[in-house]
Design a protein around this ligand. Structure first.
Ligand code: NAD
Length: 251
């Protein structure tokens, strides 16, 4: 499939587990993918791997917890490519704790990365999408934003905000043919999941058993849905929150 031929996609958290799979999927369907991450080395490695496979990709390091960095990032992409057709707001952090345990710093950092960055990046890309007659935005929420897991109040509330943000943005910009949707993954095997498993004292086998499907998900299984939502195959999907959980409702 070449659903993104001639299109430019910006993927945040593109150096991570799910983000690198999204970058790979979009590039394999002929997008030029701009891989961005606070981890410069990870972003460059992903982009270099895609280029080595004959695909179109570049890397930009940016800490999207900062508003100015979000705007500078989009300006850099527009200076190089003159367009952003697809924005995938995928970067996220997961800081553990109930309301008494979580630090103020962790609360603030969670909201800065998980939701505030989406606000700044969407404000930066939407005007040029409107000018070109449309675009697609896909946000990574989480099943925990819909069905809270215990002891992750900052993460869960930030992801609930992502879900609401997605619906609000879709409602406001559908008339401009900017489609905004979100994926809500369950347990997906990435560095973030492995860190969580280590913290909890569980094993990966324990986690597999929690999922009715019998195993945790794979990053490429999320990437396939993101690509579908971003593509012209989903022209009437706007404001959808798509759960990808192997039938697991609560972690
Ligand atoms: N893995 C799961 O089980 C799971 C489940 C539901 C939702 N998610 C969500 O999926 C998304 C990707 O998570 P993942 O599992 O691939 O995790 P990951 O830790 O492998 O990747 C996240 C990436 O985001 C980057 N990032 C973090 N802070 C940043 C910042 N300030 N600026 C720019 N980049 C930053 C990290 O460097 C990392 O490369 C996140 O939004 C996460 O909340 C993951």
């Amino acid at each position: 499939m070449s659903r993104f031929e001639g299109k430019v996609a910006l993927v945040t958290g593109g150096g991570g587990g799910i983000g690198s799979a999204i970058a790979q999927r979009l590039a394999s369907e002929d997008a030029h993918v701009v891989v961005t991450d606070v981890n410069a080395e990870a972003a460059e490695t992903v982009a270099a791997t895609l280029r080595a496979a004959g695909l179109k990709a570049s890397a930009i390091a940016a800490d999207i917890a900062k508003a100015a960095a979000c705007h500078a990032l989009v300006q850099q992409v527009l200076a190089a490519h003159a367009r952003v057709d697809v924005l995938v707001n995928n970067a996220g952090i997961n800081r553990r704790g109930n309301i008494m345990a979580i630090s103020e710093d962790d609360w603030d950092a969670t909201f800065a990365v998980n939701i505030d960055a989406m606000f700044h990046l969407c404000r930066a890309v939407i005007p040029q999408m409107m000018a070109r007659g449309g675009g697609a935005i896909v946000n990574t929420a989480s099943q925990w934003g819909l069905h809270p897991a215990p002891n992750h109040i900052a993460y869960n509330v930030s992801k609930a905000a992502v879900a609401s943000f997605t619906q609000n943005l879709a409602r406001d910009y559908a008339p401009h043919r900017i489609r905004v949707n979100a994926v809500c993954p369950g347990e997906i095997h990435t560095p973030m999941l492995e860190a969580g498993v280590k913290r909890s004292g569980r094993t990966m086998a324990d986690l597999d058993k929690l999922v009715p499907f019998g195993r945790v998900g794979k990053p490429e299984e999320v990437a396939a849905v993101v690509a579908f939502l971003a593509s012209d195959e989903a022209p009437f999907m706007c404001g959808s929150l798509v759960e990808i959980t192997g039938a697991q409702a609560v972690a």
